[in-house]
Every structure is written in structure tokens, then in C-alpha cells.
Design a protein around this ligand. Structure first.
Ligand code: SF4
Length: 335
């Protein structure tokens, strides 16, 4: 189907039909595999002030932390020993970690994992030269979510950062040869169905390799604290639409979906998501990385979560995979 046929289909069918179709498309490409990525939240310092975010710089209630290189490498070592082949290094926009420090960490991860593991970075917008250095050091993938495709709303939400600048960052990453990921929240204040459709169409236009669709959950210590919370249905429909438009992309079942609904991750894995990201940050630190309230799996180590996730997805006839799981974007793009 072309993208306009997909949008017509999206409008004309109920959630069950949409979901079945999205799951079929996903399984035709990825089978019943769910790729595992080890998520390491290495710093909760951020120089930005996004209105929805619990670790925004203006929130004085956050206990800030930075993991030293050695701790990051020890976590990677433990994860690799358990079979993980992708590590996602995530932080706020924290200039304490210079590009030189990051390249050193990436090179050491590659050495530690015999070049087998993919390194994904999610640490904010940088210059094209920085992206190039990180790529040359061995980083494979980079995530920068746009959160909303409405330029005015984007600028408002992100404390003045223009939408154009974020698009430029995504373009630079692609030019540097990264697998590029982005994504958006659903259920933001004043969002319309058309915004959600535009979000998904933009992801298709950007030919993303990875795409995160997560529910907006208002954080009590942010300016959006009184905004309404929507149920998981919006996330389910948005994930299904994303899968139909980007058949070959890797789409995670977000922790936010699991935090909004006890079976949220299972539900989105049945409508096109194919990735889970156990949080292997030390429990003492991860409880301070709260972008939204009610985040699940804070008390246990991410390695314990791997066992739990295995049992959970067996109930929906899916199977965890420890492969690197590169995206198949280029094999199957939607015109
Ligand atoms: S969303 Fe990201 S960039 Fe914005 S305040 Fe939170 S951590 Fe910083």
C-alpha cells in the first residue's frame, strides 16, 4: 500500500482490524522475534527544559547523577556476558561528557564485546562533526525524538528549540551513516488525530530505522502536570500506524507503555512493535531518571527484567532474540 492508502485504511477500520494488519506486516519481516537492547541511563543532568520532562533542568527535586566510564563499561560487560548485543547509552543533554569522552567509551565497548555489539546513542543534539567522530569511533545508531511534528508546538514544548533544528540533526545523523531513530509522544495536550497522523507520516518521510511511540504521562513537577492522561488505546493505534508506514523499522514497546498499562508492552508488541529495552542502569541511579512518574521496573536490575520479559512475551507467542537486530528499513520502504 502507498502511504495515502495506509492512512485511508487507518481511518476506515476499527482498532482490532488495524492491529491484526500491523502485526501481520511486522511478523512478515521480523517473524515473532522481539529484539532485546540493554538501556544504560548514564546521566540525568540536562541543560534543556522541555516542558513535559521530569529531569528538565528546572526541576530542583531531581537527585542528579553521572556514571563514570568504568561503571558504564562494567554494566556493558555484565550485559554482554548475558548475551546482549545492543547497548543504548542514554542521557540528558549533558555537555560534561565531551565527544572525546564518548568516543573513548564507544571504542572500549567495541573492544569489550569483540565488535559484536551495536552501540546506540541517545544523548541529544550535537554538531555534525561530533556525530562524525562518534560514528568513526564505532557508534552504530543514534536516537533523537522529535515528540511532535507541529513546529510551533515543538518549539513551545522544547523550551524554544526549533523543529527545523531537530530535523537538521536527524538529517546530519543520516549523512554520517548512522541507523537513525526518532519518535513521538501520543496524548500531548491539544494534540489532534491529524497531529498523530502527521507524526507518523514524518517518520516515513525521514525513512527512520528506529521509531519510538510512547504515551505522554504528565509529570507532577513539570509545567504540564495538570494535563490529561489518555489510556493505552491511542498508543496502540499510533504504533500500528507506524508499523504500516515503516514496515522495516525497529519499533520498541516502550517502558512508558508498560507504565501506563500493566500489559501495555504486550499490547503494543501485538500491533507492530518488535523491540524491548530492559533498563540495565543500576537501580540506585535509575530511580532518579524519571522522565514521567510511575515508571516500572525501578527496584530490580535490568538483568532480572530479562527473565520476566521472557515469560511475559511467551504469553503472546513472541520470542526474545539476542541478535544485534539491525533495521530492515532499506528493504521495505513505503512509497
Ligand atoms: S526531554 Fe531530553 S532534552 Fe528535554 S529536558 Fe528531558 S532529558 Fe533534557
Amino acid at each position: 500500500m502507498t502511504s495515502s492508502e495506509i492512512i485511508n485504511f487507518y481511518h476506515s477500520v476499527d482498532t482490532e482490524t488495524l492491529s491484526k494488519k500491523a502485526n501481520l506486516v511486522c511478523e512478515s519481516i521480523y517473524g515473532n522475534k522481539v529484539y532485546l537492547r540493554g538501556l544504560i541511563e548514564f546521566s540525568n543532568y540536562c541543560q534543556c527544559d522541555c516542558l513535559y520532562c521530569g529531569i528538565r533542568k528546572s526541576n530542583p527535586h531531581v537527585q542528579r547523577y553521572r556514571l563514570p566510564q568504568q561503571s558504564i563499561l562494567e554494566i556493558v560487560k555484565a550485559g554482554y556476558k548475558r548475551g546482549l548485543k545492543t547497548f543504548v547509552l542514554q542521557s540528558g543533554e549533558d555537555s560534561y561528557y565531551t565527544t572525546k569522552m564518548l568516543t573513548e567509551i564507544i571504542e572500549k565497548i567495541k573492544l569489550l564485546t569483540n565488535n559484536e555489539a551495536a552501540v546506540t546513542l541517545s544523548c541529544g543534539m550535537k554538531s555534525k562533526n561530533d556525530y562524525q567522530s562518534l560514528k568513526s569511533a564505532g557508534a552504530d545508531r543514534y536516537l533523537i525524538r522529535f515528540e511532535t511534528s507541529d513546529p510551533k508546538f515543538h518549539q513551545y514544548l522544547r523550551g524554544g528549540i526549533s523543529f527545523k533544528r531537530r530535523l537538521k540533526a536527524l538529517e546530519d545523523l543520516k549523512t554520517c551513516g548512522f541507523e537513525v531513530g526518532s519518535g513521538y509522544m501520543v496524548g500531548l495536550p491539544d494534540e489532534t488525530e491529524q497531529t498523530r497522523i502527521n507524526n507518523a507520516l514524518l517518520c516515513n518521510e525521514l525513512e527512520l530505522d528506529m521509531l519510538g511511540v510512547g504515551p505522554f504521562i504528565p509529570h507532577p513537577k513539570t509545567p504540564l502536570k495538570t494535563a490529561s492522561l489518555h489510556n493505552i488505546e491511542l498508543t496502540i493505534r499510533a504504533t500500528a500506524l507506524a508499523r504500516l508506514l515503516l514496515p522495516g523499522a525497529n519499533i520498541p514497546a516502550t517502558t512508558a507503555a508498560g507504565s501506563l498499562d500493566p500489559l501495555g508492552r504486550e499490547k503494543v508488541l501485538q500491533v507492530g512493535a518488535n523491540v524491548l529495552m530492559p533498563n540495565i542502569t543500576p537501580p540506585d541511579n535509575k530511580k532518579n531518571y524519571l522522565l514521567y512518574p510511575g515508571k516500572i521496573c525501578l527496584d530490580e536490575s535490568g538483568f532480572e527484567c530479562m527473565g520476566c520479559l521472557n515469560n511475559r512475551i511467551a504469553t503472546i507467542d513472541k520470542k526474545l532474540s539476542l541478535e544485534r537486530g539491525d533495521a530492515k528499513t532499506r528493504l521495505c520502504a513505503t512509497p
